[in-house]
Write a protein that binds this ligand. Structure first.
Ligand code: NAD
Ligand code: IPM
Ligand code: MN
Length: 349
C-alpha cells in the first residue's frame, strides 16, 4: 500500500482544535483506501516560541521538507502580545515555510454551499478560485526603516515582482481556468502601482494569447471588492499578487458563509517540495480553547490535500460530506467537535 508522509502543524489558538477534526476526517475518508498516512506532529508556533525561544529551526525545516505534504492549523499569538514582539511568528514560521518550500501558488477556492448562511441577501451562485501569488510581492521582507522612532522616520516595504515569479503563477491560473469555466480576472492596481502592475498586465496579456478560449478581464483591486460583494458570480479564476490575494480571500470567505469555511493550499506545482494545506483563517485568540471554532475550513483543506496527492475519490468524499453537513445546518450552535463528528459520521456512512 502507498504510504504518504504527512507533517502536521496544529499551531496556536484554534489551530489544534480544528486540526484534530481535520485529522479524523482524513482518517475516515481514507480508511478503506490502499493508502496509509504516516503522520509526524511538529509543535511550532507562538506557544513553542514562548517556551523555547525557537520559531522554525533549520532542523525543523529539514524534517518538514522530508514529508510528502503538510497540514497546518494556524499560527500566531494574540495580536499585540509584547512577549511576541521580536518573534514575528507569521514571518519566521508561516512565511518562511511558504518561501523555503517555494509555494508559489496560494490556491484559495470560494464556493457558496447551499445552506451556508452568508451576509448577502441574494448571492446567486458563487464558485471561484483565487490564485494568489505566494512567494513575492510586499511579503518578501524587502524593506527597512531609518531614523526609527523620530518624526523623520522613513519606513519602506518594497513589493518584489519578478517576470519569472509572475509568469509561473499566471500560467498556473490559465491552466486552471482551462479546466473550469474559462474566465480569468487579473486583479491589481495598475493605475497606481505602474511598475509591478505593468509587469503583471503584460504577462497576463502574453499568456492569454496562448489561451484564446479563456475570456480575460482586468479589475483594479478596489473595484474587485465591490464585485465580490455585489456580483460574486461573475468570477471564475482570479489571479493576483500576494497582498491583494490575502485581502480578497478573507472577503471571499465572508461572502461564502464565513471564514470558518474557507480552505487553502500553498502549492509547489513542480513537486520539488511538499505542499501545505491550511484554513484561510488564523488562530482566533478571541475564541480559542472554547470549542467555538468551525473546523470545516480545516476539513476542506484536507480535501485539497487529498486532491493534490491524486486521491480524487477520497477528496470528493470529504467535499460531499461537508456539503451535506452545511446543507443540514440549523441555527443551533455546535461545538468544534460536534461539527467534526457530524462530518466524520457522514464519511463513515
Ligand atoms: P483570525 O482569522 O484568527 O480571526 C478573525 C475573526 O474570525 C475572529 O473573530 C475569529 O474568532 C474568527 N474566526 C477565525 N477562524 C474561525 C473559525 N474557524 N470559526 C469561527 N470563527 C473563526 O484573524 P486575526 O484575529 O487577524 O489573527 C489572529 C492571529 O492569527 C494573528 O496572530 C495572525 O497573525 C494569525 N494568523 C495566522 C494565519 C495562519 O496561520 N495561516 C492566518 C491569519 C492570521
Ligand atoms: C493568511 C494569513 C497570512 C498571510 C499571515 C498570517 C502571514 O493572513 O494565510 O492569509 O498574510 O498570508
Ligand atoms: Mn490572510
Amino acid at each position: 500500500s502507498r504510504v504518504v508522509k504527512l507533517a502536521l502543524i496544529p499551531g496556536d489558538g484554534i489551530g489544534p482544535e480544528v486540526v484534530a477534526e481535520a485529522e479524523s476526517a482524513l482518517d475516515a475518508a481514507t480508511a478503506e483506501s490502499d493508502i496509509r498516512f504516516d503522520k509526524t506532529t511538529f509543535s511550532l508556533g507562538a506557544a513553542r516560541y514562548l517556551e523555547t525561544g525557537d520559531t522554525l529551526t533549520d532542523d525543523d525545516l529539514a524534517a518538514i521538507t522530508g514529508h510528502d505534504a503538510i497540514l497546518l492549523g494556524a499560527v500566531g499569538g494574540v495580536p499585540g502580545d509584547p512577549r511576541l514582539k521580536d518573534a514575528n511568528i507569521e514571518r519566521g514560521l508561516l512565511l518562511r515555510l511558504r518561501f523555503e518550500l517555494d509555494h508559489y501558488v496560494n490556491l484559495r477556492p470560494s464556493k457558496l454551499y447551499p445552506g451556508a448562511s452568508g451576509p448577502l441577501a441574494d448571492p446567486g451562485e458563487i464558485d471561484f478560485v483565487v490564485v494568489r501569488e505566494g512567494t513575492e510581492g510586499p511579503y518578501v521582507g524587502n524593506g527597512g526603516s531609518v531614523r526609527r522612532g523620530t518624526p523623520h522616520e522613513v519606513a519602506n516595504e518594497t513589493s518584489v515582482n519578478t517576470a519569472f515569479g509572475v509568469e509561473r503563477v499566471v500560467r498556473y491560473a490559465f491552466a486552471l481556468a482551462e479546466r473550469r469555466s474559462k474566465r480569468l480576472t487579473l486583479v491589481h492596481k495598475t493605475n497606481v502601482l505602474v511598475h509591478s502592475g505593468g509587469l503583471w498586465k503584460r504577462i497576463v496579456d502574453a499568456v492569454a494569447s496562448e489561451h484564446p478560449d479563456v475570456a480575460v478581464d482586468y479589475l483594479h483591486v478596489d473595484a474587485a471588492t465591490i464585485f465580490l460583494v455585489a456580483n460574486p458570480g461573475r468570477f471564475d479564476v482570479i489571479v493576483t499578487d500576494n497582498l491583494f490575494g490575502d485581502i480578497l480571500t478573507d472577503l471571499a470567505g465572508a461572502v461564502t458563509g464565513g471564514i470558518g469555511l474557507a480552505a487553502s493550499g500553498n502549492i509547489n506545482p513542480d513537486g520539488t517540495f511538499p505542499s501545505m494545506f491550511e484554513p484561510v483563517h488564523g488562530s482566533a485568540p478571541d475564541i480559542a480553547g472554547q470549542q467555538k471554532a468551525d473546523p470545516t475550513a480545516a476539513i476542506l483543506s484536507v480535501a485539497l490535500l487529498l486532491d493534490h496527492l491524486g486521491l480524487r475519490d477520497e477528496a470528493a468524499r470529504v467535499t460531499s460530506a461537508v456539503e451535506a453537513d452545511v446543507a443540514a445546518r440549523g441555527s443551533e450552535p455546535r461545538t468544534t467537535a460536534q461539527i467534526g463528528d457530524a462530518i466524520r459520521a457522514r464519511l463513515q456512512a
